[in-house]
Design a protein around this ligand. Structure first.
Ligand code: SF4
Length: 348
């Protein structure tokens, strides 16, 4: 874990200071007043899956106020993503918002940043500076090494808040390329004790985005760089959370929630492992204990291959069997598989 960084409080989560890297995702649509209850329910689902911090775009005052209303309905720390308008940042901080993402260089005149920093300081709200390779300042666009350009941009933004004595800062430096992202974060971590939010931006659709993110983020976390992370996918936030949690578990060597062993299926399968896993994945990933759940296609290899699983299910001819640590504990008809598995799962 990165213990080289200072701790920054984001609602109920401490980012940095050697704490386990927290997992973030981002809401993918504008908020609407008539659907806040449904959003709150989905925020709870994301939290159950391991989402520690959830970010929302706040492009106008209406979105800031809807986010403020939502923040009062959920326990998950919510982050307001503000780009240019200092008044939106100020309005967000009238509500229980856990963090503001804003780049000082985007706010315009220095007095606007002073007002935002003063209110953030007063309310105990940290600021995340987010530098993306796609929006570098004009004078750094021709810098031949983009990792250096990203790093220099972050340094400028940090300096602007530092001059105001504001230190409750988190920094992110993202590119869509793995190598640039890794190197920019390494350069920054060599010089600063500011916690880093790491991620590959616009990483792509589900499979490509998970692969790119895993390669970049695992490297950084293995070097002790990275205090919070997001896997950015052209896909649902639930998948970003599951992917982020898996990266943290593998990089830290410490699992705090369930994982799934599931067979790819072959000609021997008498059980549709793909459909079953899809139906049960969210429920399994919501188990906040380090247990292993196996979903296997056939009895030839199923329980034996998954003998270390705490609980498993497999096809066995025209039957379904449920096993624990490789030992059969229940046998049932295929139409009862979900019920029987659910009963056994609730006992672990
Ligand atoms: S568990 Fe059975 S169905 Fe699944 S891949 Fe192995 S042999 Fe094939």
């Amino acid at each position: 874990m990165a213990n080289r960084t200072r701790p920054v409080k984001v609602g109920t989560i401490i980012v940095g200071g050697g704490h386990r890297p927290s997992v973030q995702t981002m809401w993918k649509a504008p908020l609407r007043a008539d659907s806040l209850e449904a959003v709150a329910a989905r925020v709870q689902t994301l939290s159950d899956l391991g989402c520690d911090i959830l970010r929302f775009s706040t492009p106008d005052i209406e979105q800031a106020e809807l986010l403020g209303a939502l923040a009062a309905m959920v326990d998950t720390p919510l982050v307001a993503d503000v780009h240019f308008d200092w008044r939106i940042a100020l309005r967000c901080m009238d509500f229980p918002i856990a963090k503001i993402r804003v780049n000082p260089g985007n706010l315009g005149e220095p007095w606007k940043l002073r007002e935002v920093a003063a209110k953030a300081s007063d309310k105990g709200v940290p600021i995340r500076i987010g530098v993306n390779a796609g929006s570098l300042p004009a004078d750094l666009k021709d810098e031949p090494d983009r990792a250096v350009a990203i790093m220099k941009t972050a340094e400028r933004e940090v300096a602007a808040l530092d001059e105001l004595g504001f230190s409750s800062v988190i920094v992110s430096m993202k590119a869509s390329g793995v190598e640039e992202t890794v190197r920019a974060n390494r350069l920054f971590a060599e010089r600063y004790d500011i916690p880093l939010h790491i991620g590959v931006t616009e990483a792509g659709p589900l499979v490509q985005g998970c692969v790119r993110s895993a390669i970049a983020l695992h490297q950084l976390l293995a070097e002790g760089i990275g205090d919070t992370l997001r896997v950015s996918l052209s896909d649902e936030p639930e998948n970003e959370v599951v992917a982020g949690s898996e990266i943290v578990a593998l990089a830290s060597g410490v699992r705090t929630s369930a994982d799934i062993v599931s067979c790819p299926r072959c000609g021997r399968a008498t059980f549709d492992t793909h459909a079953f896993t899809a139906r049960w994945a969210d429920r399994i990933y919501s188990i906040r204990k380090p247990v292993t759940v196996a979903v296997m296609g056939c009895v030839v290899n199923g329980p034996g291959e998954a003998k270390h699983a705490d609980i498993g299910i497999t096809g066995a001819g025209d039957k379904i069997i449920v096993f624990r640590h490789g030992q059969i504990v229940r046998t049932c008809a295929p139409q009862d598989a979900d019920t029987v598995f659910g009963e056994e799962l609730s006992r672990i």
